[in-house]
Design a protein around this ligand. Structure first.
Ligand code: ATP
Length: 366
């Protein structure tokens, strides 16, 4: 088993400048075998959250409960969790085999043969069975990372905790290791909490994503939930690439049709969309993903005709950067489209694709 309950986990650091709330009341229930990715901008509290779960950092408040047992006060090595770091943290004077066996020798009473078996099995699984007698400086970055992962696997933990384990690898190897890690995790079915600031990693690897900002959990959901139904403006802007376009608007209900007023355009709302924002505002934020912006004929209802700044054809799609009211926005259009800079392009934000947020709190209304 590896069912993890994280209750109200909080960390306040004290330094000369005052108190820093690194993690603020983090709550989550993580199922046995689940792969959860903690994602968010630099300094949002990802590593501190992971380190508190591992026992490497004492929480100011809150509890970590593993399979019904409160482990908050337990030492890291007594928690049945294995941590993998970005920097591999291998002992340079030991061979790969000794590095992988070290933790087992220190923390278990397994026999020499049992340890040797476990190390060999894990190494074979990681594709480094033939490299066990080499020292870290004789191994490539990818091989060192495999040793570090192997060292976690041999412990047969209930939970894997990984802090940006792939960020020191080049792009190609990272993609390859990403797939391998996922396969490994599925094969073992070990609960995994994985920290990254790379949203592609978060979207592709996880069962659920925990999006953090400023020490607070903003949303815990499947990748598609976070993409289609972001809880607030922060999540909407963080998940998805290129990022969602946001417009500060005012809701005007004085006329026959409720209308969003932006400095550069007006947008009439359908009844069902209005129903979602009725009673809110007047300040709202209109959000539309670049891939949802539609090129339409001039004169289409709710369409606008901004100037094109630049077009970037990528082959399958093209990014078109538009000037709307002096700000830059992005439309992702299908195919190889080349539009001369300075020309206008008529676009529409389809009513069923728009997102609306409270202009003050950022809370998603639709
Ligand atoms: P990154 O992606 O840059 O690693 P992160 O999301 O993992 O960032 P944390 O390392 O958890 O963020 O840091 C959260 C906040 O706590 C930051 O403001 C950081 O400066 C602060 N912090 C972390 N460790 C300490 C410490 N030992 N003493 C004081 N402040 C700390």
């Amino acid at each position: 088993m590896g069912e993890l309950e994280i209750r109200d986990l909080t960390k306040v650091f004290h330094d000369d400048g005052g108190d820093i709330v690194a993690v603020d009341s983090f709550d989550a229930e993580i199922e046995d075998g689940e792969f959860v990715v903690l994602v968010g901008p630099s300094g949002c509290g990802k590593s501190t959250t992971l380190r508190m779960i591992a026992g490497l950092e004492n929480p100011t408040e809150g509890e970590v409960v593993l399979d019904g047992e409160d482990v908050t006060e337990k030492k890291p090595k007594s928690r049945n969790m294995a941590m993998v770091f970005q920097s591999y943290a291998l002992y340079p004077h030991m061979t790969a085999r000794e590095n992988m066996a070290f933790g087992l020798k220190m923390t278990t009473d397994l026999s020499k043969d049992e340890i040797a078996d476990r190390v060999q099995n894990a190494a074979d699984m990681m594709g480094i069975g033939g490299l066990l007698d080499k020292k870290p400086d004789e191994l490539s970055g990818g091989q060192q990372q495999r040793v570090a992962l192997g060292r976690a696997i041999v412990r047969e933990p209930e939970v894997f905790l990984m802090d940006e384990p792939l960020s020191n690898l080049d792009a190609k190897l990272r993609t390859q290791m990403r797939t391998e890690l996922q396969e490994l995790q599925q094969e073992f079915g070990v609960t995994t909490i994985y920290v990254t600031h790379d949203q592609t990693e978060a979207m592709t690897m996880s069962d659920r994503i925990a999006v953090l900002d400023d020490g607070r959990l903003q949303q815990l959901g499947t990748p598609l939930e976070c993409y289609h139904e972001p809880a607030n403006r922060f999540v909407a802007g963080f998940i998805g690439s290129p990022s969602m376009n946001f417009f500060d608007v005012e809701l005007d209900t004085s006329g026959a049709t409720p209308t969003l007023i932006h400095d550069a355009f007006e947008y009439e709302l359908d009844d069902d969309v209005y129903a979602d924002v009725e009673g809110h505002g007047p300040r709202l934020t209109l959000g539309i993903r670049p891939e949802d912006v539609k090129a339409v004929p001039e004169g289409t209802h709710n369409a606008i005709s901004p100037t094109v700044k630049v077009t970037e054809p990528l082959g399958d799609v093209s990014y078109v950067y538009l000037d709307i009211g002096g700000e830059q926005y992005t439309a992702t259009l299908e195919g190889d489209i080349v539009i001369e800079s300075g020309r206008t392009l008529t676009v529409q934000f389809p009513q069923d694709r728009i997102h609306l947020f409270d202009g003050e709190t950022g809370e998603a209304l639709r």
